[in-house]
Design a protein around this ligand. Sequence first.
Ligand SMILES: [Zn+2]
Length: 181
Amino acid sequence: MRKKAQMALDEQPVAKRNYAKASEQADLSAQEQSIDMREFEFTKAPINWIPAAILVATPIAAAVITPWYLWTHEVSAPVWGVFGAFMVWTGISITAGYHRLLSHRAYKAHPIVKNFLLLGSTLAVQGSAFDWVSGHRTHHRHVDDRLDDPYSAQRGFWFSHIGWMLRNYLAVNLIIKTFLI
Ligand SMILES: [Zn+2]
């Protein structure tokens, strides 16, 4: 396509050709400027205080309280059983529910199964099904794009797993706006 446009340009008189090249360059630099602007806005995104506090405090609290609790208390087999069951339930619910069933529509499920997975996903504390699905579809549409993928791996392991939730980034805002509209 570009080659064809270039050939058409080459057939034009020189003055016209130079003008077209200049306007093409202006277009390109405007595009680059808007990318720079978005990148600048990205670095200035305000902190999402409540999710940030929860996501930072919970693992620290778990790392401190769990060993202390296990050291000072007797934990019965049924408690371990419930712990294991919840681990499996919440994990499966995100991967088979929010991800495969709702985001990708990879299979159909009976309403009982659907509600079981929705409840498990809620217990996994990963936000509403609407937000999760919308974010995940945006991720697949713009996969690894630095600005449009809400959890782009191009920005590194920490950003794509946790960092994207700590600040109010534009790509994440768009997900919520799309859902509200
Ligand atoms: Zn996916």
